[in-house]
Ligand binder design. Sequence first.
Ligand SMILES: [Zn+2]
Length: 418
Amino acid sequence: MRKLFALLGMLVLVLPVLFGATKAANVTDLHWVTRNDAPIPFVRMVFSLSSPVHATASISSSGTSTTLLLKNATIAGAPTSIVMDDGIAKSATLSQSGPDTVVKIETPRAIDVEDLKVFTLKKDTVNNKPYRMVVDIQKKGVTPRDNYYGKKPAAPVAEKVPAKAAEVKATPKEVSKAETKPTPKTAEKIVAKPAKPAPKTESKQPVALPVVSEKPIPQVVNYRTTGGISGKIIVLDPGHGGSDPGAIGPTGLQEKQVTLPVAEYLKSILEAKGAKVILTRTTDVDVYGPHASGVDELQARVNVANGNQADAFMSIHINSFSNPNVGGIATYYFDGSDQSKKLASSVQGQIAEHSGFNGDRGIQPGNLYVLRHSLMPSILVELGFISNPTEEGHLKESSTQKDFANELAKGLELYFGG
Ligand SMILES: [Zn+2]
C-alpha cells in the first residue's frame, strides 16, 4: 500500500476509465499483442474480467511507468508478470493491494496521455467472451502513417493543413524522421469524461490490415476472368470479427458490424446471378482464432480463397482516420497484378460516388497481406470512413449496406463481362 502511495505522489496524469461497477471482480486472464496495422504501432493488452470494474490509469512524472488501479478486483488466474514488446511496452506486473489490483506497465520511452487508451468490451455471450478491459499503448517516436496501405506510407497531413486539404487523396511520400505531435496537450484532454461510452476512446485509433514487407511467392493458378459472372467462384472476406472489432466510429459503431452484413447481402445478390460465393466468416468470429497474430488471422482468410480456387477475392473494410472530416471511398489492389487492377477499377467505378459519402478516393496499389498472398485477382474495398460522423451514420443503415452490396455486385459483374 505504501508503494502505491509513493507512486501516486509522482502522478502527473490521471484518467478515470470505468464507472458504475460495485461488485467485486476477478481478473482471470491477460493477453497482449503488438499491432502494426494502425498509423502508429501499439501494444494491446486485454484483461479478462468476471464483471465490470472501476479503474483509473495514471502515468508517472518520468513517463515510463503507467499504473492502472482496478478497484475491488482480485487477481484470479491472470499472470502476475508478463514480458511484452521491448520497443513499445516492455513489461507488465500485476499485484494485489488490499481489495484492488494494481497493474504496472513499463515503457522504454516516456509516454503521455495521448499514447494511452483504455476502454472496455462488454461480455459477449455469443462468442463466450467475458467482460474485458483493453489497454492500448502507442509507440513513441514514430511518424503516424495516413495511407498505410501504399508501398510508401504518406506523411501525416491532417494536422499540418486545413481539414479540407486533408481530404485530398494521399500521395506516397517518404516518411519524415521527425517525431510529430498530433495535437497539443491541453488540460481538457487529460480529464476523461465519466459519462462517455468506452469505445469512444478508440475512435482515434484507426485499425486496418497489417502491411507485411516480404515478397510474394509467385504461383500459377487457373482463375477465370471472362465469360460472365455465372459459375464464377468468388470469396468475400468481411473484415475483422470476433475479438477484433476493427475501427470504431464516434458513436461506437464497429467496423466488423458493417462488413459482415454487406458481405451477406452481396453473397445473396451474386448467388442470384449464378456465382458460387464463399465467405471467410459467416458470424462474428475470428477466422483463425481469438487473439491470433495479425498474420495468422490474415493467412486464414487468404487460405479460404486459395483453397477454393476462387476466381476473385474481395475483402470488405471501412476506413478510419484521426481527422473526422476525412471521408470517401477507395479500393486497393495488389500492385503488379493487372487483373487485380482491372477488378479494382470496375468495382470502384460503381461504389465511388455513393450518395452521402465524401467522394472518390480512387483505386490505389496496396501492399496488403491479403492481396499479396491470394493467388487470384484480389481487391480490398474501404466503404467510407467510420471515423467520419456523417459516413458512420449512413453505414449503420441497412439500406446503405444493401446499396453498397448492389454496387459491389455490379462491379464484379462488369469485370467478368456480365
Ligand atoms: Zn479494416
